[in-house]
Design a protein around this ligand. Structure first.
Ligand SMILES: [Zn+2]
Length: 242
């Protein structure tokens, strides 16, 4: 007679026993990308039930994310619409693939009321950076954070539908599966009140402050002028590399 226990069942107790983790999921402060349905307000039993439905690779990446506060799971680019275009672009420009964050923590809302999410370690570093900047009288607004490969795809399709060529679009936006924003470690900064995501950010005191100080908090500028990936100059885009 076959045992009916799921093969991943043994992994569950270690996930389920961490009450801080469960509280985070239930309060909506934490989010798992493997579980697209929000767990906010669910009972612990319901959350455990949902976790038990995940497969072993998903559970092990969540477990890793809980321990390290940062972990990524690979994106299946080949299953997305226009996969051929994304893969050939990435290959021609030697773009590194970026997996999606397994565990995300809520980083608050921006001027548009949008919620932002980052990997817990990146969020802690960002809070330290914000605090240090504020002490120096510099205000930095978080304007983009985690984005899934599907979110990235939606952005590209919207731009293409509005009449832009793929060539134009892919100089500004990475193909899905190749955006640092998938990692939950990349952020786009803006100056409160100023238009976001423009090259003018380069001439702000905020940018000057970031250049001098962001490295102390583990953040690096990803796309300087004439970067080797063929992306436009993005003074606003910084990535936490620990
Ligand atoms: Zn960015």
């Amino acid at each position: 007679m076959q045992a009916r226990t799921a093969p991943h069942h043994r992994r569950l107790p270690s996930l389920a026993l961490d009450r801080a983790f469960l509280h985070g999921l239930r309060s909506g402060r934490l989010r798992l990308t493997s579980l697209p349905v929000k767990l906010r307000g669910s009972s612990f039993a319901r959350i455990r039930q949902r976790l038990s439905e995940l497969d072993s690779p998903q559970l092990s990446s969540i477990e890793k994310a809980r321990q390290l506060q940062t972990a990524e799971q690979p994106c299946a680019v080949e299953r997305l619409p226009h996969a051929e275009l994304w893969l050939s672009t990435a290959s021609a420009r030697h773009l590194p693939a970026h997996g999606e964050a397994a565990l995300l923590e809520n980083a608050g809302r921006d001027r548009y009321g949008r919620s932002h999410w980052l990997q817990p370690a990146a969020l802690r570093a960002l809070r330290r950076l914000h605090h240090a900047a504020a002490l120096d009288g510099v205000e930095l607004e978080l304007i983009s954070s985690f984005r899934s490969a599907r979110d990235q795809l939606r952005i590209l399709l919207r731009k293409h539908a509005s009449g832009q060529s793929w060539e134009q679009i892919l100089k500004v936006n990475a193909p899905p599966g190749y955006s640092e924003h998938h990692s939950g470690c990349a952020v786009d900064f803006a100056v409160p009140g100023a238009p976001p995501l423009t090259e003018a950010f380069e001439f702000t005191t905020a940018f000057e402050w970031l250049q001098q100080n962001a490295g102390r908090f583990g953040f690096e500028l990803s796309y300087p002028r004439d970067n080797r990936w063929g992306f436009i100059h993005e003074p606003w885009h910084w990535c936490y590399r620990g």
